[in-house]
Design a binder for this molecule. Structure first.
Ligand SMILES: [Fe+2]
Length: 156
């Protein structure tokens, strides 16, 4: 998730591998020490608010364009307990300025159940435990092209 400092506009991205501001990589915003302040305005991390990205879907799943083929999460295996995904049908490229940073399991109300961070140079694949969910959604965040989703999927 990304968070906005409401005082100065600085954006904190939990999924960035290299944090250059004195915060260890992959630190959840709730885990940041109270001694650490906004690197830009020195304000408190209590003043950060979550950025709700627009969720993008394939317009026509049977005829996806090139961008959709690289970003819409693709279910490669699913049973009643787990699901394996790859982003996307044509695996998303891995480069410094265009890569998948996170893959999410989301419930039917749009709440994140689990987030898996994708390391730099790692393929954008993930596996989730879906036992207990009747309906779910997989989303993936690209550093250049935004937040993409499968749409709702019924568990088996
Ligand atoms: Fe991308």
């Amino acid at each position: 998730m990304r968070f906005l400092c409401v005082n100065c506009g600085y954006i904190y991205d939990e999924s960035l591998w290299e944090q250059d501001d004195g915060i260890d990589a992959w630190t959840g915003i709730d885990e940041i020490s109270e001694d650490v302040h906004c690197p830009s305005c020195d304000g408190s991390f209590d003043d950060f608010s979550p950025i709700e990205d627009e969720v993008l879907y394939a317009e026509n799943p049977k005829h996806m364009n090139h961008l959709e083929k690289e970003h819409v999460p693709n279910i490669v295996y699913q049973d009643s307990e787990r699901v394996e995904v790859q982003i996307g049908e044509e695996m998303h490229p891995v480069s410094d300025d265009n890569r998948i940073t996170s893959i999410y399991l989301v419930d039917d109300e749009g709440h994140i159940v689990e987030e898996i961070f994708i390391m730099e140079e790692e393929d954008p694949v993930a596996e989730f435990d879906i036992s207990g969910l009747d309906i779910f959604e997989i989303r993936a965040s690209c550093s250049r092209h935004g937040l993409w989703s499968t749409g709702l999927i019924e568990a088996e």
